[in-house]
Design a protein around this ligand. Sequence first.
Ligand code: MTE
Ligand code: CO
Length: 427
Amino acid sequence: MTRDRKLSAILSRRTFLSGSAMAGAAASGGILHAGRAAAANPENLPPHVPEWSQYLGAGVEDAPYGSPSQYEAEVVRRNVRWLTATTESSVNFTPLHALDGIVTPNGLCFERHHAGVADIDPSDHRLMIHGLVERPLIFTMEDLKRFPRMSRFYFLECAANGGMEWRGAQLNSCQFAHGMVHCVQYSGVSLATILNHAGLKPNAKWLLPEGADASGMTRSIPIEKALEDCMIAFAMNGEALRPEQGYPLRLVVPGFEGNMWVKWLRRIEVGDMPWHTREETSKYTDLLSDGTARRFTWVMDAKSVITNPCPENPVQHKGANVLTGLAWSGRGRIARVDVSLDGGKNWVPARLEEPVLPMCLTRFYYDWQWNGESVLLESRAMDETGYVQPTIEALRNQRGTNSIYHNNRIQTWLVNPSGEVENVQVS
Ligand code: MTE
Ligand code: CO
């Protein structure tokens, strides 16, 4: 079927979301309002003096640790209740649609736990290094904080991000279809520094990091990657790691699937072969259509998503609109992001916002005029190796439909004439 016929088929069978606050909003095209003008109280608008200018605000002792404005209460991590049997072995999602720039605020980083959040007293936490090393060592947190330190921005994406969308569009939400990714600045010590301190034996080829949570998460990591750019991090975005993100210590494995970034890191064994743990045999492998499975698929392929407009962010005005999104690649820097308004027939380059860092989220913008008609919005990332983000059709041809992990398809958002936006697949 051609893309045009697909679009008309999609349009004709859609029943639009009922009760949406957006119904008819697009008709007001032309005037740009800051925020949702419909909800404004005229008493607070010029020429009146708004109520908040008429009395004293909160004092400096009222919020020792700051929180977002009460009007941002909807900007939270959310989970999908039916997705997992328990909340301890589960996931919630980053509200990508409500964020800008490239940094994810600490309280909004998606969480993926296999046995809940470990509650660790840092003075009782230890990191043990053993196996094929000259000097097996046990470090306290204080010991680790005396080594030369580094700070780097990296994205972390769960390999299962978008995993429900292999057989068709499932979740009508940017947050749920793409929100298993976050990007923060990590501070800590390079793993190479710690390994060299213990002294690697000549046959040291693999590492087995282990978490101190009840899941005892373990993965095999090749020594080349460990020495290249891995970090042992104790801070994120300037403050101590959040408990959800592995307090007091987590492994940072830039560009590799999130599962390998072991949280609550307590032990690293050095060996000469991979361990073939549960997380690299039964899980985190990709079943192909011929019945064989890909294994050790570590690198996160280049991907992008438009975060505005999206199902959570309907288009409110005809004329000028900000189209923006995020792109990332586990292979290095994003070289280019193209945007399509017609489901992938024609492409125009988006503006990449600085900084554009390797293995980090990159923000893109495209200054867009909406004429009030149906459009199929897509973004397509290319990284510095020349790798181009594939369509879902190309991905299915290569990998079948049995996979869960590593679904980096081009996302299509259908913008309806009402301004509402839907998750669709056109190829
Ligand atoms: N480490 C431990 N110890 N236990 C876990 O359950 N989950 C892994 C990884 N590290 C996990 C872990 C998975 S599958 C992912 S995607 C990332 O942590 C999620 O990191 P986040 O919770 O900071 O988003
Ligand atoms: Co994961």
